[in-house]
Ligand binder design. Structure first.
Ligand code: IFM
Length: 471
């Protein structure tokens, strides 16, 4: 494809590695990112930053349980303290505002705001009220995710996402939060990355609750999507002025060779990662190829479920990180064939901005450019250290520039993309990888909780200032 986003790095990297004073981030003058209505923000999630897991009546979540099991999380880390954001939220909001970021995507911890009988926990709710009110005072656009993986443990004890009833409990939770927070939320996302909840949580057991069965994964996915579909009309009733959507992680699968078998493998990879979620939401049906990949795993679907799941959305949140190169496994599926000599992040994920552009353009064709898209997460982990009070995260600066160039290319190809959130505002608890992997544009010293603005954040701030000055 023309306009290869990686080419930006080729011209950029020598200057970056020699420490040139030239600005390695600011987008070119013709970039759509200069449009002042293109929202640029940062994202976090409750369990990854809040800590205070036993305070003010918060109940245990599946991640408290899971991370306490030896061997489940690197170095035995847990979210018990995390970035201590529950106590430091005022300073964190100041920091966000001082960086000039225009949007903030956060999530609510379900176990903090509702008890096991479904009654509100006033102290937990008040925390989010204070936080959202302050963000609004600062003029920051608020995107609130209702479920970013911290399911109350008492619901998991009754089957979690394998139990259809959890979808109805989620609608109750959405009802409570949208009644309480209406007017302070610009956009509600029901779920973050249902693929991760269903597949990593119930399909391969790498995430909480740690179950491993393909049939469980498809049933959990169905109940997650049903929960989303039940919540959307509730949110519309209680908070009509806000946007309603969902956030999906998507992955690019590329074939290892031109053989028909490898082409099919790459197609199946994208069915399993993308169409599994987007087809039911946007077409009202599951992709049949999924059940070719996993024979006999069709979920139990009741009459009317698919209509509920495919209710119209105001936006779709897209999270993108990397691509996977695949070959046929010789049977019905695919196997990873990691490419040699490619650029990778601290996670081992390949840096591949063209994948974001190509997927976005592909979705425009497949789903008729509806609904509008926000890139709700994009970023990378690196082993950042503070030296003389500074963090020079050169690879992240280049990563962000190249991915934003890919977004610009997709916009120019006609994809309706309205904004972009950096993952993440600050280093945090990276699930099964604990605190070792640093995704933030702000460094966190976990022994002191000191925040240090990384150079990437400084450059984003500089760009936003320039954009504001031109407006
Ligand atoms: O940290 C996670 C986030 O919680 C969900 N999306 C991917 C990020 C990086 O792994």
């Amino acid at each position: 494809m023309a306009n290869d986003a990686s080419a930006v790095f080729d011209t950029l990297s020598p200057a970056v590695s020699k420490g040139s004073p030239a600005d390695p981030f600011t987008p070119p003058a013709d970039s759509s990112l200069w449009r002042k209505n293109f929202l640029l923000g940062a994202a976090t999630a409750s369990y990854q930053i809040e800590g205070a897991v036993n305070e003010d009546g918060r109940l245990p979540s599946i991640w408290d349980t899971f991370s306490a099991i030896p061997g489940k999380v690197l170095a035995g880390d847990t979210g018990a303290v995390a970035c201590d954001h529950y106590h430091r939220w005022e300073a964190d909001v100041e920091m966000l505002a001082s960086l000039g970021l225009e949007g903030y995507r956060l999530s609510i911890a379900w176990p903090r705001v509702m008890d096991a009988a479904g009654a509100p926990n006033r102290k937990g709710i008040d925390f989010y009220k204070r936080l959202l009110n302050r963000l609004k005072e600062k003029g920051i656009t608020t995107f609130v995710t209702l479920y970013h993986w911290d399911l109350p443990q008492h619901l998991e004890d009754r089957g979690g996402w394998l139990n259809r009833d959890t979808a109805y409990r989620f609608a109750d939770y959405a009802d409570l939060m949208s009644c309480e927070l209406a007017g302070t939320v610009d956009a509600w996302a029901t779920l973050n990355e249902p693929w991760c909840s269903a597949y990593l949580g119930y399909g391969n057991g790498h995430h909480a609750p740690g179950l491993a069965n393909d049939r469980f994964a498809t049933q959990a996915m169905h109940h997650l999507l049903l929960a989303h579909g039940l919540a959307v009309p509730v949110l519309r009733t209680n908070d009509p002025a806000s946007q309603k959507g969902i956030v999906a992680n998507i992955g690019r699968g590329t074939p290892n060779s031109d053989s028909a078998a490898d082409q099919r493998a790459a197609h199946l990879f994208e069915v399993q990662h993308n169409a599994w979620i987007l087809d039911p939401l946007l077409k009202g049906s599951y992709p049949q190829d999924l059940f070719e990949l996993w024979p006999g795993t069709e979920p139990l679907v009741l009459d009317g479920d698919m209509e509920t799941i495919s209710a119209p959305l105001d936006f779709l949140g897209i999270n993108y990180y990397f691509r996977t190169n695949v070959a046929s496994d010789g049977a019905h599926g695919f196997r990873d064939v990691p490419l040699e000599g490619v650029e990778r992040t601290q996670m081992g994920w390949e840096v591949y901005p063209d994948g974001l552009r190509d997927l976005l353009i592909g979705f425009k064709e497949t789903y008729h450019n509806l609904p509008p898209i926000y890139i709700t997460e994009n970023g990378m982990a690196s082993d950042d250290e503070v030296t003389d009070g500074r963090v020079d995260d050169t690879q992240r600066i280049s990563f962000l520039k190249r991915h934003l160039a890919a977004v610009d290319q997709a916009i120019k190809a006609g994809v309706d993309i309205r904004g972009y959130f950096l993952w993440s505002l600050m280093d945090n608890f990276e699930w099964a990888f604990g605190y070792e992997r640093r995704f933030g544009v702000v460094h966190v010293d976990y022994s002191t909780q000191k925040r240090t603005i990384k150079r990437s954040a400084e450059l984003v701030e500089k760009f936003l200032q320039e954009r504001k000055a031109k407006a």
